[in-house]
Design a protein around this ligand. Structure first.
Ligand code: FCB
Length: 389
């Protein structure tokens, strides 16, 4: 087998989200829930200091760049920028602006996500995405954040709106297998919020998109209709709403087989990752193909990875996923980048146990401990190819 080559100009990077790595995100709804100050499903472990990336981001970015990657996707934290409704922290705007400049200075293309699951606590107390006012509130935040985005090419408005729609109901915990259908009027509001953000971000000169959780809904023979119906509210409505954007982010980790009565359990003999998901590297290919069929937009893989303590298995998984990405490209689909989830081991929404990182860290000293997979992905990036073998 020959090497798998990727197009020139392809972005190679890693992704993170503020709440999962920064630490001490005290004004966010997640922090408040982690400590029982907001209603919601119980959270097993609080985020605490997380990876202290709020202070250590220059080192994190330097490790990515040093390995050979050329892009970094991170999110800005609404709860820090607007910790109380109407108060916009200029110091936090400056902080995130420094992150953009630091990335650029290291040769990393910054891809900035405006909303990655967390909301300010005040927003949650006022009803979160369950109220009509949410759309205006989000749009005001985006407007306030525009100075951060000056000269940023790729902006992701909302990460996984399909997941946000599910999490909008505080009684629902973080789903581990499959996806509940989401709250329909929340889905509509998220689409409106996205469109408002697209307009603002484009006005400021960036290219706008959002990133969708795709789950490779695979129909068993005869269950094609059931699978199509299952995927509609969970995935397709969001991919369709991307039409007219500048790009779309596709994220995938595993597949969901659908039978006549809905999702099927993972077979006992299937390999599972630390999140309990089936080990299935080609999932990202299904997501890319579904997105392309529905909106025809240039695709960036904005997340893809595996929770494992076995870093060699992370490399196997990523090699398999990149094979599926390459096969989509050779079928004529316009895929422009691959951003691995995640740069660092992080706070996986209630637990630090599922380790997705290319970089680990010492929990007492925060010392960064790059894994072989970082070097491997960096080599792929430098070569623009996955070597045979
Ligand atoms: C996605 C989220 C991300 C991370 C990965 C494993 O759903 O966007 O924050 O938790 O899954």
């Amino acid at each position: 087998m020959a090497d798998i080559r990727f197009p020139d100009g392809f972005l190679w990077g890693a992704s993170t989200a503020a709440h999962q790595i920064e630490g001490n995100n005290v004004n966010s709804d997640w922090w408040q829930r982690e400590h029982g100050h907001l209603p919601g499903a119980p959270v097993e472990t609080p985020s605490g200091d997380a990876a202290d990336s709020f202070h250590r981001y220059p080192e994190d970015m330097a490790l990515l760049a040093g390995a050979g990657l050329n892009a970094y996707r991170f999110s800005i934290e609404w709860a820090r920028i607007e910790p109380e409704q109407g108060f916009v922290s200029r110091a936090m705007i400056d902080h995130y602006r420094r992150m953009v400049d630091t990335a650029r200075g290291l040769g990393l293309e910054p891809i900035v996500t405006l909303h990655h699951f967390t909301n300010p606590a005040w927003f949650a107390r006022e009803g979160g995405w369950l109220t009509d006012a949410s759309v205006d509130r989000f749009a005001r935040f985006v407007e306030a954040a525009l100075p951060i985005l000056d000269d940023v090419d790729l902006v992701c408005t909302i990460n996984e709106p399909n997941m946000v729609s599910v999490l909008a109901d505080p009684a629902v915990g973080f789903p581990s297998i499959g996806l509940p259908p989401g709250v329909p009027h929340v889905t509509d509001r998220l689409v409106d919020a996205h469109k408002r953000a697209v307009e603002l971000v484009r006005g400021a000169g960036s290219r706008a998109g959002w990133s969708i959780a795709t789950q490779a809904y695979q129909a068993e023979p005869g269950a094609e209709q059931v699978a199509a119906e299952y995927g509609r509210s969970r995935e397709d409505v969001f991919l369709d709403a991307a039409s007219g954007d500048d790009w779309v982010g596709v994220q995938a980790y595993t597949r969901t087989k659908i039978g006549a009565d809905g999702p099927l359990p993972i077979p006992d003999d299937a390999e599972r990752t630390l999140t309990g998901w089936e080990y299935y590297p080609p999932a990202i290919g299904d997501g890319i193909r579904n997105s392309w069929a529905r909106n025809g937009l240039p695709v960036y893989v904005t997340e893809n990875g595996i929770a494992t303590a076995d870093d060699a298995r992370r490399i196997d998984y990523t090699r398999g996923a990149l094979g599926a990405v390459a096969s989509a490209i050779s079928d004529g689909i316009d895929v422009q980048g691959y951003l691995h989830w995640s740069a660092l081991d992080n706070y996986e929404w209630g637990s630090f146990t599922p380790t997705f990182g290319l970089i680990g860290w010492d929990p007492r000293t925060f010392e960064r401990l790059p894994k072989p997979s970082l070097g491997w992905l960096g080599e792929v990036a430098r070569a623009g190819a996955v070597a045979d073998g």
